[in-house]
Design a protein around this ligand. Structure first.
Ligand code: UT7
Length: 332
C-alpha cells in the first residue's frame, strides 16, 4: 500500500494591507481592542480584479516548484474555500488547474470552512493510499473580503485574504507517511457561523434588499468557547491515539482565528511558545488558507526541517474541526 507524504508548501498574500487603525475609521473599534481580544494587527486584502483562484494559483506555483514534481504528474487538485470565484460552478479547483496548465486532472472544491485544509489533506491521503491518485495539489484559498460585512465590527476585524498550497505524493517509505488525520463535524452548531442568504434555503427576491445576509455572520463569543473545548479535546485525542507526546511535536500549527484560542489550546497541551506557530497578527483569520500560510511562513523562515513532525489543528463553520500529524517530507 502506498503512503501519502507531505512534500512541499507554498503561499501567497495580496499586497494591500488593512490595519487595525484603518478599521477603526470604518467601524466603532480600536487597535487596542482588536489587539487585546484577537492578537490581530493587520490583514491582507485582495484587489478587486484578483479572484480566489488567482491567490490559489500563486500559492500553488510555489508549492509545485518546491516539490520537484512535474506539473504533468499532478493528477488531482482539491481546493478548500468558502469564498469561491463563482457561487455554484465552476469550482475554483478547476479554474486553478486550468490557470496552472494542469491537464487530465480530477478537480473539485470542498466546503469545510476554516477546517478546509485539514479536510483536503484527509482526502488527498485517502486517494493516495487507495492507489487512485499519485500527486495531489491541495489548496486553501480565500478572498474573505468578498463575503465580509465591513459594517459589522464583530466580524470585519477578524478576516483577511490569502492562499496556501501543498503537494501530497505517494511514497513507499513509511517514515515519510502522514501519520493520521482526524476530521469531525456537528451541524447542531450551524448557526454560530454562517452566510445565511444566497443558497437554496433563501428567498432569491430578497437578495437585493438583504444583500448583507450573504456575508459571514458569527456568534463570536459562543464560537470561541466551543472552539477552545473542541480543539483541545481533538488534539489530545489524536496524540493519544497515535501514542505521541506534545514534546515530540516540533511545530504545532493551529488555525489562526484568535491568539487567545491558540494560547488556551497550546497551554492545555503544555506546548512551549517555540512549538506554537503564530501568524494571526499579520494575516488575521484566512479560514481554509490559514494553516498552509502558517506552514509556509515556517518554511520561508528556514524553521521547517525535513523529517520534523507537525501537528495541525483547525476549527470552523459547520461546525467542523480536524487535526493531523504530518511529517514534513520533501523529496530527497
Ligand atoms: O475561524 C472560525 C472560528 N472563529 C473563531 O473561532 C472566532 C471566535 N471568536 C472570537 O474570536 C471572539 O469571540 C471575538 C474576537 C469575535 C470577540 O471577542 P469576545 O471577547 O468574545 O467579545 P464579545 O463578543 O463577548 O464582546 C465583548 C464586548 C461587547 O460589548 P459589551 O456588550 O460588553 O458592551 C461587544 O459589543 O466587545 C464589543 N465588541 C467590540 N468592541 C470593539 C465586539 N466587537 C468589537 C470590536 N471593537 N471590534
Amino acid at each position: 500500500m502506498p503512503y501519502a507524504a507531505f512534500r512541499s508548501i507554498g503561499a501567497y498574500v495580496p499586497q494591500k494591507i488593512l490595519t487595525n487603525e484603518d478599521l477603526s475609521k470604518m467601524v466603532d473599534t480600536s487597535d487596542e481592542w482588536i489587539t487585546k481580544r484577537t492578537g490581530i494587527k493587520e490583514r491582507h486584502i485582495a484587489a478587486e480584479d484578483e479572484f480566489t483562484s488567482d491567490l490559489g494559483v500563486k500559492a500553488a506555483q510555489k508549492a509545485i516548484e518546491r516539490s520537484g514534481i512535474a506539473l504533468e504528474d499532478i493528477d488531482m487538485v482539491v481546493c478548500a474555500t468558502i469564498s469561491p470565484d463563482y457561487f455554484c460552478m465552476p469550482s475554483t479547483a478547476t479554474i486553478i488547474s486550468t490557470k496552472l496548465g494542469i491537464k487530465n486532472v480530477t478537480a473539485f472544491d470542498i466546503s469545510a470552512a476554516c477546517t478546509g485544509f485539514v479536510y483536503a489533506l484527509a482526502i488527498a491521503k485517502a486517494f493516495i493510499e487507495s492507489g487512485m491518485k499519485k500527486n495531489v495539489l491541495i489548496v486553501g484559498a480565500e478572498k474573505l473580503s468578498a463575503i465580509t460585512d465591513y459594517t459589522d465590527r464583530g466580524t470585519c476585524i477578524l478576516f483577511g485574504d490569502g492562499a496556501g498550497a501543498a503537494i501530497i505524493s505517494a511514497t513507499q517509505d513509511k517514515e515519510e507517511a502522514i501519520i493520521d488525520v482526524h476530521t469531525g463535524a456537528d451541524g447542531e452548531y450551524a448557526d454560530l457561523l454562517m452566510t445565511p442568504n444566497g443558497g437554496s434555503g433563501s428567498v432569491h427576491d430578497s437578495l437585493d434588499t438583504e444583500a448583507r445576509s450573504c456575508f459571514m455572520q458569527m456568534k463570536g463569543n459562543e464560537t470561541f468557547k466551543v472552539a477552545v473545548r473542541t480543539l483541545t479535546k481533538d488534539v489530545k485525542d489524536i496524540l493519544q491515539h497515535n501514542n505521541i507526546k506534545s514534546e515530540d511535536i516540533k511545530h504545532f500549527v493551529p488555525h489562526q482565528a484568535n491568539y487567545r484560542i491558540i494560547k488556551a489550546v497550546g497551554d492545555a497541551l503544555k506546548m512551549t511558545p517555540e512549538q506554537v506557530v503564530l501568524t494571526v497578527h499579520k494575516y488575521g483569520n484566512t479560514s481554509g488558507a490559514s494553516i498552509p500560510m502558517a506552514i509556509n511562513d515556517l518554511y520561508e523562515s528556514g524553521e521547517l526541517e525535513a523529517g520534523e513532525m507537525m501537528l495541525l489543528d483547525a476549527f470552523g463553520g459547520g461546525l467542523t474541526w480536524g487535526s493531523a500529524l504530518v511529517p514534513f517530507a520533501p523529496l530527497k
